[in-house]
Design a protein around this ligand. Sequence first.
Ligand code: ADP
Length: 319
Amino acid sequence: MKRIGVLTSGGDAPGMNAAIRSVVRKGIYHGLEVYGIFHGYSGLISGNIKKLEVGSVGDIVQRGGTMLYSARCEEFKTPEGRQKGIEQLNKFGIEALVVIGGDGSFRGAEKLSESGFPTIGVPGTIDNDIPGTDFTIGFDTALNTVIDAIDKIRDTATSHDRTFIIEVMGRDAGDIALWSGLAGGAESILIPENPKEIDQVISRIEQGHARGKKHSIIVVAEGVSSAGAIAEQLKKQGNIETRVTVLGHIQRGGSPTAYDRVLASRLGGKAVELLLNGEAGKMVGIQNNRIVSHSIGDILKEKHCCDDELITLARELSI
Ligand code: ADP
């Protein structure tokens, strides 16, 4: 194998650049030529492909977003679209591909591998919703952004004796809410994996009031409900006044934390190692602080779950 490609796809995540850098430099170190495919699968279909050198990935390890840009591409879900992509890869003499993205991107990667084009997936998403890895690239950075916001909102909540509802991202997964709620000392954490009845939130606030505590923070994952809808319910059912903050896309950007940079470098490096060993159709991940790999097909059949122990602990600590 002489030539590999790398692309980023789906939602961007801080640390994707560090992963690209790792794929490019590890590849070149081992004698490969590495091509960047711009704008995800859409750029693959249109042939938006350029050779990357060692210097092409200089000064990006600390940057959020992705220098290769990302995109969503419906055409790639069709066999005809994927065939066009494979033709472009053949045209450039690219023999294998590293796809950095979330589970949607992995579905595309699996289909490429099934049709005989060697592909490796690197989990890059702030949602931490991919089975087979304890952490995805970007999760730690997003978490730290959320905690910074919670800490600031807590100052106002305490000063004004108010209840705040903070809506965080995560799509169908509750990891961002659970981890940030735990780290930020939230009084209630609402996640899709453990949808707590609204009555429990109300009784928790009332118990706090009885103890003389007049402020509280409720963290809600976007996969449960909008913060606005929860605020209405609390008003209607418990006559509780709240303030709502929807953190939105600030959670996706920013300079990656040291943890995300190191994780991305390790996972990108492992992806190249697998390709050099002739492996394909796999995703790389980190489990118990060891870099591992699994069949993408197997992983896509599994369902991501939040850590039950963490859910229990968060409940125990927010009494
Ligand atoms: P993420 O990778 O962050 O989960 P998406 O779910 O939007 O983001 O997926 C990113 C892209 O991956 C899609 O726009 C599409 O091009 C490709 N993709 C998603 N699902 C499939 C599929 N079933 N088959 C082929 N390609 C897919």
